[in-house]
Design a protein around this ligand. Structure first.
Ligand code: HXC
Length: 257
């Protein structure tokens, strides 16, 4: 499969997707959304891929949804075409996704980073939801995921004023898991992805499911869900291998990885 807006490769057990519309600071148009969905589905289906990194360029992870494409939309077309609805498929990828963010992650760019399971940022990263400056509001999950990630106060501040926050503030606020020097970004993100991909894939995927479930249900339901997943992992070869390896003081060789 060849892509117009992405560079897609596998490095070992890690799938790497680089957003590639440099002329528009990786603005997210409908072609890019469709291609990202295809690339993620292919990685989800590929037994040799254990984790995914999504990144952009040094200047921009992505500067938002493509304003030039959106400009002429009207309500009826937007509603009937379910404009932006396809992003739910992107967010629904089952394998772990790390966003490696350098430069601007604005609007849809910040929202795409938040669709990933965690964000590793370069010190140069800038996050924001500037939709208000265009006369609209976030439409790819910004008002929901940002509020869950950083709390109401800062989400309101960013969404209502449209201001950007730098990587240090984003890390303090809990949006970002790690901040690294610009030249270390891909090394750090790839290293984290490689580590994840070395573990038992069913365990990794269930861990992702369990954490995501915590954002949707009550504590009691979440605890029950977690416990069932935990119990079910005792039906896997990898649980036997992981625990036997610990006891024998050797490295685990997971079968499903
Ligand atoms: C389309 C974009 C774009 C975007 C940048 N470009 N962002 N094109 N959609 N979101 C284009 C510019 O038009 C320009 O093309 C080229 O990329 C380089 O951008 P510059 O503005 O010249 O670069 P710079 O001066 O460095 O400024 C960088 C920037 C600025 C601060 C990131 O580009 C900017 O403010 N972009 C828009 C950010 C934004 O509002 N994002 C939210 C979008 S709405 P030309 O051809 O002129 O060289 C959104 C909604 C989500 O995401 C879903 C709900 C609707």
């Amino acid at each position: 499969m060849s892509y117009d807006t992405l560079l897609v490769e596998t490095r070992g057990r890690v799938g790497v997707i680089t957003l590639n519309r440099p002329q528009a600071l990786n603005a997210l148009n409908s072609v890019l959304m469709r291609e990202l969905d295809v690339a993620l589905k292919a990685f989800d289906a590929d037994g040799n891929v254990g984790a995914i990194v999504i990144t952009g360029s040094e200047k921009a992870f992505a500067a938002g949804a493509d304003i030039k494409e959106m400009q002429a939309l009207d309500f009826t077309g937007s509603y009937l075409g379910d404009f932006l609805g396809g992003w739910e498929h992107v967010a629904g990828a089952r394998k772990p996704m790390i966003a490696a963010v350098s430069g601007f992650a604005l609007g849809g760019g910040c929202e795409l980073a938040m669709m990933c399971d965690f964000i590793i940022a370069s010190e140069t990263a800038k996050f924001g939801q500037p939709e208000i400056t265009l006369g609209v509001i976030p439409g790819m999950g910004g008002s929901q995921r940002l509020a869950r990630a950083v709390g109401k106060a800062k989400a309101m501040d960013l969404i209502l004023t449209g201001r950007m926050m730098d990587a240090a503030e984003a890390e303090r606020a809990g949006l970002v898991a790690r901040v690294v020097a610009p030249d270390k970004l891909m090394h750090e993100a790839f290293g984290a992805a490689e580590k994840i991909a070395s573990f038992s894939l069913p365990a990794v995927m269930m861990a992702k499911e369990a954490v995501n479930r915590s954002l949707e249900v009550t504590l009691a339901e979440g605890l029950r869900f977690e416990r069932r997943l935990f119990q079910s992992l005792f039906a896997t070869d990898d649980q036997k291998e992981g625990m036997a390896a610990f006891v024998a003081k050797r490295k685990a060789e997971f079968k499903h990885r």
